[in-house]
Design a protein around this ligand. Structure first.
Ligand code: PLP
Length: 394
Protein backbone atom coordinates (compact mmCIF):
# COMPACT_ATOMS: atom_id res chain seq x y z
CA UNK A 1 0.00 0.00 0.00
CA UNK A 2 2.71 2.41 1.09
CA UNK A 3 4.59 2.16 -2.20
CA UNK A 4 1.61 2.83 -4.47
CA UNK A 5 2.70 6.11 -6.02
CA UNK A 6 -0.71 6.81 -7.56
CA UNK A 7 -2.39 7.38 -4.20
CA UNK A 8 -3.01 10.89 -2.89
CA UNK A 9 -1.79 12.05 0.50
CA UNK A 10 -5.22 11.87 2.16
CA UNK A 11 -5.47 8.22 1.18
CA UNK A 12 -1.91 7.45 2.27
CA UNK A 13 -2.61 9.09 5.63
CA UNK A 14 -5.40 6.60 6.20
CA UNK A 15 -3.73 3.45 4.85
CA UNK A 16 0.06 3.80 5.28
CA UNK A 17 1.74 1.64 7.89
CA UNK A 18 -1.40 -0.40 8.56
CA UNK A 19 -1.17 -4.19 8.66
CA UNK A 20 -4.39 -5.46 10.28
CA UNK A 21 -3.59 -9.03 9.21
CA UNK A 22 -0.60 -8.97 11.59
CA UNK A 23 -2.75 -7.84 14.53
CA UNK A 24 -5.74 -10.20 14.59
CA UNK A 25 -7.58 -7.87 12.21
CA UNK A 26 -7.47 -4.82 14.49
CA UNK A 27 -7.61 -1.58 12.48
CA UNK A 28 -4.80 -0.04 14.55
CA UNK A 29 -1.60 -1.79 15.66
CA UNK A 30 -1.62 -2.49 19.39
CA UNK A 31 0.83 -0.81 21.75
CA UNK A 32 3.58 -3.33 22.41
CA UNK A 33 4.61 -2.93 26.03
CA UNK A 34 7.97 -4.59 25.72
CA UNK A 35 11.57 -4.42 26.83
CA UNK A 36 12.67 -8.08 26.75
CA UNK A 37 11.93 -10.21 23.72
CA UNK A 38 12.37 -13.97 24.22
CA UNK A 39 14.02 -16.28 21.68
CA UNK A 40 13.33 -20.00 21.65
CA UNK A 41 16.87 -21.19 20.84
CA UNK A 42 20.49 -20.12 20.52
CA UNK A 43 20.09 -20.27 16.74
CA UNK A 44 17.08 -17.92 16.88
CA UNK A 45 18.97 -15.60 19.24
CA UNK A 46 21.97 -15.50 16.86
CA UNK A 47 19.70 -14.75 13.90
CA UNK A 48 17.98 -11.97 15.84
CA UNK A 49 21.33 -10.38 16.70
CA UNK A 50 22.35 -10.50 13.04
CA UNK A 51 19.04 -8.98 11.87
CA UNK A 52 18.62 -6.49 14.73
CA UNK A 53 18.15 -3.48 12.43
CA UNK A 54 15.29 -5.20 10.60
CA UNK A 55 11.75 -4.11 11.53
CA UNK A 56 11.28 -7.09 13.82
CA UNK A 57 11.08 -7.33 17.59
CA UNK A 58 14.59 -7.73 19.03
CA UNK A 59 14.80 -5.55 22.13
CA UNK A 60 12.49 -2.70 23.19
CA UNK A 61 14.96 0.05 22.36
CA UNK A 62 15.26 -1.17 18.75
CA UNK A 63 11.58 -0.56 18.07
CA UNK A 64 8.23 -2.32 18.16
CA UNK A 65 5.54 -3.05 15.56
CA UNK A 66 3.93 0.22 16.72
CA UNK A 67 7.04 2.31 15.96
CA UNK A 68 7.67 0.42 12.69
CA UNK A 69 4.13 1.29 11.55
CA UNK A 70 4.62 4.98 12.34
CA UNK A 71 8.01 5.03 10.59
CA UNK A 72 6.61 3.36 7.49
CA UNK A 73 3.75 5.86 7.27
CA UNK A 74 5.87 8.99 7.82
CA UNK A 75 8.50 7.88 5.29
CA UNK A 76 5.79 7.34 2.66
CA UNK A 77 4.18 10.72 3.33
CA UNK A 78 7.39 12.73 3.30
CA UNK A 79 8.57 11.01 0.14
CA UNK A 80 11.62 9.38 1.72
CA UNK A 81 12.43 5.69 1.90
CA UNK A 82 12.84 5.03 5.63
CA UNK A 83 12.28 6.77 8.95
CA UNK A 84 13.44 6.53 12.57
CA UNK A 85 11.09 7.54 15.39
CA UNK A 86 12.63 9.28 18.41
CA UNK A 87 11.61 10.29 21.91
CA UNK A 88 11.14 13.99 20.97
CA UNK A 89 11.66 16.41 18.12
CA UNK A 90 14.86 17.68 19.71
CA UNK A 91 16.16 14.10 20.05
CA UNK A 92 15.54 13.68 16.31
CA UNK A 93 17.57 16.83 15.54
CA UNK A 94 20.45 16.02 17.90
CA UNK A 95 20.71 12.39 16.76
CA UNK A 96 20.76 13.52 13.13
CA UNK A 97 23.51 16.09 13.71
CA UNK A 98 25.57 13.53 15.63
CA UNK A 99 25.04 10.89 12.95
CA UNK A 100 26.64 13.05 10.24
CA UNK A 101 29.15 15.25 12.10
CA UNK A 102 32.39 14.42 13.90
CA UNK A 103 35.21 16.39 15.53
CA UNK A 104 36.84 18.74 13.01
CA UNK A 105 33.72 19.09 10.88
CA UNK A 106 31.91 22.32 10.07
CA UNK A 107 28.15 22.89 10.23
CA UNK A 108 26.20 25.65 8.47
CA UNK A 109 23.15 26.42 10.58
CA UNK A 110 20.33 28.81 9.68
CA UNK A 111 20.22 31.83 12.00
CA UNK A 112 16.43 31.54 12.48
CA UNK A 113 16.65 27.99 13.84
CA UNK A 114 14.59 26.65 16.75
CA UNK A 115 16.41 27.92 19.87
CA UNK A 116 17.16 24.52 21.51
CA UNK A 117 18.84 23.40 18.25
CA UNK A 118 21.09 26.47 18.46
CA UNK A 119 21.83 25.65 22.09
CA UNK A 120 22.86 22.11 21.13
CA UNK A 121 25.28 23.45 18.50
CA UNK A 122 26.78 26.09 20.81
CA UNK A 123 27.09 23.66 23.71
CA UNK A 124 27.39 19.96 22.97
CA UNK A 125 28.64 20.12 19.36
CA UNK A 126 31.16 22.83 20.18
CA UNK A 127 32.50 20.83 23.12
CA UNK A 128 32.91 17.83 20.83
CA UNK A 129 34.90 19.76 18.24
CA UNK A 130 32.25 20.66 15.65
CA UNK A 131 32.27 24.29 14.54
CA UNK A 132 28.96 25.97 13.67
CA UNK A 133 28.54 29.02 11.42
CA UNK A 134 25.11 30.66 11.46
CA UNK A 135 23.89 32.01 8.13
CA UNK A 136 21.27 34.52 7.04
CA UNK A 137 18.01 32.66 6.20
CA UNK A 138 17.59 34.84 3.10
CA UNK A 139 20.74 33.32 1.50
CA UNK A 140 20.03 31.07 -1.46
CA UNK A 141 22.83 29.88 -3.75
CA UNK A 142 25.12 32.53 -2.19
CA UNK A 143 25.53 30.11 0.70
CA UNK A 144 28.32 28.59 -1.42
CA UNK A 145 30.59 31.40 -0.16
CA UNK A 146 30.24 30.05 3.38
CA UNK A 147 31.03 26.45 2.46
CA UNK A 148 34.39 25.12 3.63
CA UNK A 149 36.21 21.93 2.65
CA UNK A 150 35.09 20.42 5.98
CA UNK A 151 31.43 21.56 5.80
CA UNK A 152 29.52 18.30 6.21
CA UNK A 153 25.98 19.48 6.98
CA UNK A 154 23.88 22.46 5.90
CA UNK A 155 20.84 22.74 8.15
CA UNK A 156 17.66 24.48 7.03
CA UNK A 157 14.44 25.24 8.87
CA UNK A 158 11.78 26.87 6.73
CA UNK A 159 9.94 28.96 7.69
CA UNK A 160 12.21 29.94 10.60
CA UNK A 161 11.13 29.56 14.22
CA UNK A 162 9.38 32.66 15.64
CA UNK A 163 10.21 34.87 12.62
CA UNK A 164 8.95 32.74 9.70
CA UNK A 165 11.53 33.54 6.99
CA UNK A 166 11.09 31.15 4.04
CA UNK A 167 14.34 29.67 2.71
CA UNK A 168 15.27 28.85 -0.88
CA UNK A 169 15.81 25.18 -0.04
CA UNK A 170 16.53 23.93 -3.61
CA UNK A 171 19.20 26.62 -4.18
CA UNK A 172 20.81 25.91 -0.81
CA UNK A 173 20.71 22.17 -1.49
CA UNK A 174 22.42 22.60 -4.87
CA UNK A 175 25.24 24.62 -3.28
CA UNK A 176 25.56 22.20 -0.35
CA UNK A 177 25.73 19.16 -2.61
CA UNK A 178 28.28 20.83 -4.89
CA UNK A 179 30.48 21.25 -1.81
CA UNK A 180 29.96 17.68 -0.64
CA UNK A 181 27.62 18.47 2.28
CA UNK A 182 24.30 16.92 3.30
CA UNK A 183 21.14 19.00 3.69
CA UNK A 184 19.19 18.41 6.89
CA UNK A 185 15.80 20.10 7.26
CA UNK A 186 13.60 20.73 10.27
CA UNK A 187 10.28 20.26 8.45
CA UNK A 188 7.99 20.65 11.46
CA UNK A 189 6.10 23.70 10.11
CA UNK A 190 5.63 22.16 6.68
CA UNK A 191 4.43 18.82 8.08
CA UNK A 192 4.58 15.70 5.88
CA UNK A 193 1.70 17.20 3.84
CA UNK A 194 2.66 20.79 3.06
CA UNK A 195 6.37 20.46 2.22
CA UNK A 196 7.94 17.54 0.37
CA UNK A 197 11.59 17.73 1.45
CA UNK A 198 13.02 15.07 -0.87
CA UNK A 199 11.54 16.77 -3.93
CA UNK A 200 13.48 19.92 -2.98
CA UNK A 201 16.97 18.51 -2.49
CA UNK A 202 16.82 17.67 1.21
CA UNK A 203 18.71 14.54 2.32
CA UNK A 204 17.37 14.17 5.86
CA UNK A 205 14.03 15.52 7.10
CA UNK A 206 13.33 15.95 10.78
CA UNK A 207 9.90 16.45 12.32
CA UNK A 208 8.86 17.40 15.82
CA UNK A 209 5.92 14.98 15.56
CA UNK A 210 4.98 16.35 18.98
CA UNK A 211 3.31 19.16 17.02
CA UNK A 212 0.85 18.34 14.19
CA UNK A 213 1.43 14.61 13.82
CA UNK A 214 0.42 13.88 17.41
CA UNK A 215 -1.87 16.89 17.12
CA UNK A 216 -3.49 16.77 20.57
CA UNK A 217 -0.79 18.18 22.89
CA UNK A 218 -0.51 14.85 24.67
CA UNK A 219 2.80 13.23 23.64
CA UNK A 220 6.45 13.98 22.80
CA UNK A 221 7.68 12.38 19.57
CA UNK A 222 10.20 12.97 16.79
CA UNK A 223 10.91 11.46 13.37
CA UNK A 224 13.93 11.42 11.06
CA UNK A 225 13.20 10.51 7.43
CA UNK A 226 15.92 9.73 4.88
CA UNK A 227 16.10 8.66 1.23
CA UNK A 228 19.03 6.22 1.40
CA UNK A 229 19.71 3.04 3.34
CA UNK A 230 23.18 4.30 4.35
CA UNK A 231 21.71 7.45 5.89
CA UNK A 232 19.07 5.39 7.63
CA UNK A 233 21.70 3.14 9.21
CA UNK A 234 23.71 6.16 10.37
CA UNK A 235 20.66 7.74 12.03
CA UNK A 236 19.30 4.49 13.46
CA UNK A 237 22.65 3.54 14.99
CA UNK A 238 23.01 7.01 16.54
CA UNK A 239 19.49 6.91 17.98
CA UNK A 240 20.33 3.48 19.46
CA UNK A 241 23.69 4.72 20.77
CA UNK A 242 22.01 7.56 22.66
CA UNK A 243 18.96 5.52 23.64
CA UNK A 244 16.70 8.16 22.05
CA UNK A 245 14.08 5.59 21.00
CA UNK A 246 10.42 6.59 20.95
CA UNK A 247 8.07 4.99 23.45
CA UNK A 248 5.45 2.61 22.04
CA UNK A 249 2.54 4.56 23.53
CA UNK A 250 3.86 7.77 21.97
CA UNK A 251 4.17 6.06 18.58
CA UNK A 252 0.58 4.91 18.91
CA UNK A 253 -0.55 8.49 19.61
CA UNK A 254 1.51 9.68 16.63
CA UNK A 255 -0.18 7.14 14.36
CA UNK A 256 -3.58 8.03 15.69
CA UNK A 257 -2.95 11.72 15.07
CA UNK A 258 -1.62 11.03 11.59
CA UNK A 259 -4.90 9.49 10.41
CA UNK A 260 -6.72 12.84 10.78
CA UNK A 261 -3.82 15.14 9.82
CA UNK A 262 -5.31 16.22 6.49
CA UNK A 263 -8.66 17.37 7.91
CA UNK A 264 -7.06 19.04 10.90
CA UNK A 265 -4.48 20.88 8.80
CA UNK A 266 -7.14 22.10 6.40
CA UNK A 267 -8.88 23.86 9.30
CA UNK A 268 -5.63 25.06 10.91
CA UNK A 269 -4.73 26.56 7.54
CA UNK A 270 -8.04 28.31 6.87
CA UNK A 271 -8.43 29.55 10.45
CA UNK A 272 -4.81 30.71 10.48
CA UNK A 273 -5.13 32.63 7.23
CA UNK A 274 -8.43 34.22 8.25
CA UNK A 275 -6.96 35.38 11.53
CA UNK A 276 -3.71 36.54 9.90
CA UNK A 277 -5.66 38.66 7.39
CA UNK A 278 -7.83 40.09 10.14
CA UNK A 279 -4.78 40.90 12.27
CA UNK A 280 -3.04 42.59 9.32
CA UNK A 281 -5.94 45.05 9.20
CA UNK A 282 -5.85 45.92 12.91
CA UNK A 283 -4.42 49.29 13.94
CA UNK A 284 -2.57 47.70 16.90
CA UNK A 285 -0.56 45.45 14.54
CA UNK A 286 2.61 46.64 12.75
CA UNK A 287 2.97 43.49 10.61
CA UNK A 288 1.96 39.87 10.36
CA UNK A 289 4.64 37.26 9.64
CA UNK A 290 2.77 34.63 7.63
CA UNK A 291 4.30 33.31 4.38
CA UNK A 292 0.88 32.60 2.82
CA UNK A 293 -0.05 36.32 2.94
CA UNK A 294 0.71 37.89 -0.46
CA UNK A 295 2.64 40.80 1.11
CA UNK A 296 4.98 38.55 3.10
CA UNK A 297 8.68 38.66 2.05
CA UNK A 298 8.70 34.85 1.84
CA UNK A 299 5.45 34.56 -0.12
CA UNK A 300 6.94 33.86 -3.56
CA UNK A 301 9.17 31.06 -2.27
CA UNK A 302 6.34 29.64 -0.16
CA UNK A 303 4.04 29.62 -3.16
CA UNK A 304 6.66 27.94 -5.32
CA UNK A 305 7.66 25.19 -2.87
CA UNK A 306 4.90 24.62 -0.29
CA UNK A 307 1.53 22.93 -0.69
CA UNK A 308 -0.11 24.77 2.18
CA UNK A 309 0.38 26.68 5.42
CA UNK A 310 -0.18 25.44 8.94
CA UNK A 311 -1.73 27.48 11.78
CA UNK A 312 1.50 28.92 13.19
CA UNK A 313 2.60 32.49 12.45
CA UNK A 314 3.99 35.65 14.03
CA UNK A 315 2.72 39.12 14.77
CA UNK A 316 4.67 42.30 15.46
CA UNK A 317 2.60 44.77 17.44
CA UNK A 318 3.01 48.53 17.28
CA UNK A 319 5.14 49.75 20.19
CA UNK A 320 3.40 49.03 23.51
CA UNK A 321 4.53 48.62 27.10
CA UNK A 322 5.24 45.16 28.53
CA UNK A 323 2.44 45.82 31.01
CA UNK A 324 -0.09 46.55 28.27
CA UNK A 325 0.88 43.37 26.41
CA UNK A 326 0.57 41.38 29.65
CA UNK A 327 -2.91 42.70 30.25
CA UNK A 328 -3.87 41.82 26.66
CA UNK A 329 -2.59 38.25 27.00
CA UNK A 330 -3.59 37.59 30.62
CA UNK A 331 -7.25 38.20 29.87
CA UNK A 332 -7.55 35.95 26.80
CA UNK A 333 -10.10 33.19 27.33
CA UNK A 334 -9.66 31.00 24.23
CA UNK A 335 -5.92 31.39 23.55
CA UNK A 336 -3.75 29.46 25.98
CA UNK A 337 -0.24 30.59 26.85
CA UNK A 338 2.37 27.85 26.78
CA UNK A 339 5.14 26.22 24.78
CA UNK A 340 4.82 23.85 21.87
CA UNK A 341 2.06 24.03 19.24
CA UNK A 342 0.25 21.86 16.69
CA UNK A 343 -2.49 20.66 19.02
CA UNK A 344 -6.18 21.27 18.34
CA UNK A 345 -6.22 24.34 20.60
CA UNK A 346 -5.20 27.95 19.99
CA UNK A 347 -2.08 29.30 21.69
CA UNK A 348 -0.36 32.66 21.98
CA UNK A 349 3.13 33.45 23.22
CA UNK A 350 5.20 36.64 23.62
CA UNK A 351 8.43 35.87 21.71
CA UNK A 352 10.46 39.10 21.57
CA UNK A 353 12.93 38.05 24.28
CA UNK A 354 13.45 34.61 22.71
CA UNK A 355 14.66 35.77 19.29
CA UNK A 356 18.44 35.30 19.17
CA UNK A 357 20.44 36.14 16.08
CA UNK A 358 24.17 36.19 15.38
CA UNK A 359 24.35 36.30 11.55
CA UNK A 360 21.86 39.11 10.96
CA UNK A 361 20.10 41.44 13.36
CA UNK A 362 16.41 40.94 13.96
CA UNK A 363 14.63 44.28 14.01
CA UNK A 364 11.21 44.73 15.53
CA UNK A 365 9.91 48.09 16.67
CA UNK A 366 7.22 46.59 18.88
CA UNK A 367 6.42 43.46 20.91
CA UNK A 368 6.44 40.12 19.06
CA UNK A 369 3.81 37.41 19.47
CA UNK A 370 3.53 33.90 18.07
CA UNK A 371 0.06 32.51 17.44
CA UNK A 372 -0.97 28.94 16.93
CA UNK A 373 -4.49 28.94 15.53
CA UNK A 374 -6.49 25.90 16.57
CA UNK A 375 -9.71 24.29 15.38
CA UNK A 376 -12.12 26.66 17.15
CA UNK A 377 -14.61 28.84 15.28
CA UNK A 378 -12.51 31.69 13.93
CA UNK A 379 -15.10 34.37 14.78
CA UNK A 380 -14.84 33.37 18.45
CA UNK A 381 -11.06 33.70 18.21
CA UNK A 382 -11.35 37.18 16.69
CA UNK A 383 -13.71 38.25 19.48
CA UNK A 384 -11.22 37.01 22.08
CA UNK A 385 -8.32 38.89 20.43
CA UNK A 386 -10.42 42.04 19.89
CA UNK A 387 -11.14 42.16 23.63
CA UNK A 388 -7.39 41.68 24.15
CA UNK A 389 -6.62 44.65 21.89
CA UNK A 390 -9.06 46.74 23.90
CA UNK A 391 -7.06 45.91 27.06
CA UNK A 392 -3.78 46.57 25.21
CA UNK A 393 -4.78 50.13 24.31
CA UNK A 394 -6.85 50.93 27.42
C1 PLP B 1 8.94 22.03 19.02
C2 PLP B 1 9.95 22.05 17.96
C3 PLP B 1 11.04 21.18 18.01
C4 PLP B 1 11.30 20.26 19.17
O1 PLP B 1 10.33 19.28 19.35
P1 PLP B 1 10.11 18.61 20.78
O2 PLP B 1 9.26 17.43 20.46
O3 PLP B 1 9.47 19.64 21.64
O4 PLP B 1 11.46 18.21 21.29
C5 PLP B 1 11.94 21.21 16.96
N1 PLP B 1 11.78 22.05 15.92
C6 PLP B 1 10.75 22.89 15.85
C7 PLP B 1 10.63 23.79 14.67
C8 PLP B 1 9.81 22.94 16.86
O5 PLP B 1 8.81 23.81 16.81
Amino acid sequence: MTDRKDLHDETRLVHSGRHPEEHAGAVNPPVYHVSTVLFPSVAALDAAVRDRLEPKLYYGRYGTPTSFALEEAIAALEGGSKCVATSSGLAAICATLCAFLKAGDHLLMVDSVYAPTRKFCDGVLRNFGVETTYYDPSLGSAIKDLMRPNTRVVFVESPGSLTFEVQDVPAIAAAAHAGGALVVMDNTWGTPLFFKPFAHGVDVSVQAATKYVVGHADAMLGTVTVASEAHWQAVKNTVLAFGYSAGAQECYLGLRGLRTLSVRLERHQSNGLALAEWLAGRPEVARVLHPALPGDPGHALWKRDFLGACGLFGVELRPASAQAVASMLDGLELFGMGFSWGGYESLILPTGDSIHRTAIRWRAAGPMLRLHVGLENVEDLKTDLAAGFARLTA
